[in-house]
Each structure stands twice: as C-alpha cells, then as structure tokens.
Design a binder for this molecule. Structure first.
Ligand SMILES: Nc1nc2c(ncn2[C@@H]2O[C@H](COP(=O)(O)OP(=O)(O)O)[C@@H](O)[C@H]2O)c(=O)[nH]1
Ligand SMILES: [Mg+2]
Length: 240
C-alpha cells in the first residue's frame, strides 16, 4: 500500500483550513496530512491544534514567523523524503484546489514522477478576471520561453514521487516567491523525469485574501527570463 502525504501551507486561513483537513481526509482516508503554519495572527495554528486532537493522521509544523510559501513547500518536501512517503501531494488551503481531485492526480502519478493540475488543457480557472489574466499571462510566457509539454507551470496542486523530490531538493532554486513553482517545473524537466498534467477546477479562495506580495509578480518575470537564458546559453534539455 503506497503511503501518501497531503501538504498545505497556511497563513491566516482560519476560515478555510478545517474544510481543507476534512475534504482531504474524505478524499484520501489512508493519507497523512501535513500543515505548516507560520504563526498566523488569526489563530489558524491553534484551530489546527484543536482539530489534530481528533485527527491522528494530521501532522502540524508551527514556524515562529511568516517565512514565505516556497520555504514551507521545501520543508514539506524534506519531511516527505525523511519519512519515506511514496507520494507528496501539495495544494493551497484556501479552497482554490479541490480535494476531491486528489485521487485523479494520484492515479496519474502511477505513470509519472511529477503531476500538476492544469487550469488550461481541459481544466477551468473560475476566479476573478484580474486573477485569471495574471495566471494566463504567466503561464503563456512560461510555455513560450520554457516549453516542457505542460500547459500549467504556476499552480501548486501537484504530486511528487521520491525521485522528483530528490531532484528538487538537490536543485539550486533561487526564488522565495511565486517563481519557486516555475523553477520546480524547470528543474524536473531538466532532469528528464516523466511529467504529466490533470485538468482541475480552480476556484477563487473561499475566505480571506491573497497572502502573496504583488511585487513578486515582477520578480517572477525576471526569474522566467533568467531560466530562458540559461536554456539558450548552456544548451540544456530542449523543448518537447
Ligand atoms: N506557511 C505559510 N503559508 C503561506 C504563506 N504565504 C501564503 N501561504 C499559504 O499558501 C497558500 C497560497 O497562498 P494565497 O495567498 O492563496 O496565494 P494566491 O492564491 O497566489 O493568491 C495558502 O494556503 C496560504 O495560506 C507563508 O508565508 N507561510
Ligand atoms: Mg489562493
């Protein structure tokens, strides 16, 4: 029986996190859950502690300050590796990613080292127009500059095999923000691992507001251009 770990990071997700725990457990009753909370001022961490009393499958890591989403994902990857999970599923806690789709992603992970949920090829992005435009622009640019055969590069609804975790944890990733998700895709592509995507329903967050600083959008474009130049200059693995 393969062991799966479903991970999310939280910062001020008190209104959403209980639904995330319940939904994930319902979708995958045999999986363990991991939440990394950065001392959310709204008390997400203490709510999680209460939930964990009744949920032995829920593991919590509390960090003392907001350290960013990328470092939370790296910590979850190390946790999955250290504890020898067969699959790490990552997702947002805000209701954007649908837990009922986890089994679909896991099925795809039987034949691939890395699975990403796509809002584009058969999937849906049901958020506000501004948000859709931003994601569309970022993903179109990524497809053009760093072709991999995938239509989605930025969303965090993903499944990693142990091999994919090894690659990411040994790669020199430079970004702490949005571009982290792009860099992970590029590192996996460059390593020649098998990748695939599954259409997903992406919704607007249920409660609260986005935690990602908007300035990171510009830095992400910079990272995208750096990765593109790297592909051009050292003749790395070409487009599929
Ligand atoms: N632990 C932790 N979680 C974070 C941090 N920033 C964002 N998150 C979580 O990461 C997920 C995605 O963040 P969100 O604000 O929805 O980003 P957006 O969807 O790109 O606007 C949510 O579950 C957030 O609570 C952070 O600094 N630390
Ligand atoms: Mg969100």
């Amino acid at each position: 029986m393969p062991r799966s770990l479903i991970f999310t990071a939280t910062f001020n997700e008190r209104g959403n996190v209980e639904a995330w725990v319940r939904g994930s457990h319902r979708a995958c009753p045999d999986a363990d859950l991991l939440v990394i909370d950065d001392s959310s001022p709204d008390g997400t961490g203490s709510l999680l502690e209460e939930i964990a009393q009744e949920a032995p499958y829920l593991c919590l890591i509390h960090r003392s300050e907001k350290q960013g989403l990328a470092s939370a994902h790296l910590l979850a990857m190390r946790f999955a590796q250290d504890n020898s999970y067969d699959f790490l599923i990552t997702m947002d806690a805000d209701g954007s990613h649908q837990a009922w789709q986890i089994p679909e992603l896991l099925r795809a992970a039987r034949d691939a080292d890395f699975v990403i949920g796509t809002r584009y090829r058969g999937g849906h992005h049901r958020a506000g127009a501004g948000r859709r435009l931003l994601s569309w622009g970022a993903n179109s640019a990524a497809r053009a500059l760093l072709p991999t055969g995938l239509s989605e590069y930025t969303t965090s609804f993903r499944v990693f095999s142990p091999t994919a975790l090894d690659v990411v944890l040994n790669a020199s990733l430079r970004d702490e923000g949005y571009a982290f998700f792009l860099e992970v895709v590029e590192a996996i592509h460059q390593a020649g691992l098998t990748v695939t995507e599954v259409p997903i329903e992406f919704l607007d967050r249920v409660y609260g507001s986005s935690k990602i600083p908007r300035a990171q959008i510009m830095t992400s474009m910079g990272v995208l251009i750096t990765l593109w130049r790297q592909r051009l200059s050292n003749g790395k693995r070409p487009a599929i």
